[in-house]
Design a protein around this ligand. Structure first.
Ligand SMILES: [Mn+2]
Length: 218
């Protein structure tokens, strides 16, 4: 049976619905107002072989922090819910992902203990994108991606999913490549950790006998 979860979260700052299938084929359907995040969430689904649907709105008139962080939170809650008691999973996974001049690394332990180590040097200069401007046919409005929110996304995710995640950008020049390689590495590490271990399908992979996480809806 596919491991799926669907959750919504609505606050005065954001309104987000996420549907996740851990045993998917890598398809994403995204209604998301930040172009670069659409690129990253598509990438995440494809490399993790997760099916992912996200509908999101947020207070972008403030900045992008609330929406990006809250997206990580709801996605993390969906991960925890879809995993259930974690019986039979491999529990850990890692990936070293090169992308041209950039090298990123992700290591995950679905431990029931929330912890993020994030070591990535970005330039601090926003990535610029354009979207079709409905007010003037054929023209574009320019927006940008606030790159410091990448850490906020993964912080929200690891906290809500109850897992330990180490994310490092080991080298690189392009911020686009750095962030993208990190999402690909994280997706592949999570995919490996979520996958079933055919040698211990009946066991919860812990000597404690539990990988529960108090903050998580099981
Ligand atoms: Mn790209």
């Amino acid at each position: 049976m596919a491991r799926v979860a669907e959750l919504g979260r609505s606050t005065k700052e954001t309104d987000i619905t996420v549907k996740l299938n851990l045993d998917g084929v890598g398809e994403a359907r995204l209604d998301y107002p930040i172009g670069f995040m659409v690129h990253m969430l598509n990438t995440f689904a494809r490399h993790g072989l997760f099916d992912l649907e996200i509908r999101a709105k947020g207070d972008l008139e403030v900045d992008q922090h609330h929406l990006v962080e809250d997206t990580g939170i709801v996605l993390g809650q969906c991960f925890a819910k879809a995993l259930g008691d974690k019986r039979g999973i491999r529990r850990t996974g890692s990936c070293l992902f090169p992308m041209d001049e950039t090298l990123a690394r992700a290591a995950v332990d679905i431990s029931g203990r929330a912890f993020l180590v994030f070591d990535a040097e970005l330039s601090g200069i926003p990535l610029v994108s354009a979207s079709a401007d409905s007010s003037a046919a054929g023209s574009f409005s320019v927006s940008s991606f606030q790159t410091d929110t990448v850490e906020d996304f993964w912080h929200g995710f690891s906290n809500a999913a109850g897992l330990t995640l180490h994310l490092d950008i080991l080298r690189g020049r392009s911020d686009h490549h750095k962030i993208e390689a990190l999402f690909k590495a994280a997706a592949r590490a999570l995919r490996a950790a979520c996958e079933y271990d055919n040698r211990s399908l009946d066991l919860i992979p812990s000597t404690k006998g539990s990988l529960g996480f108090p903050g998580v809806l099981a």
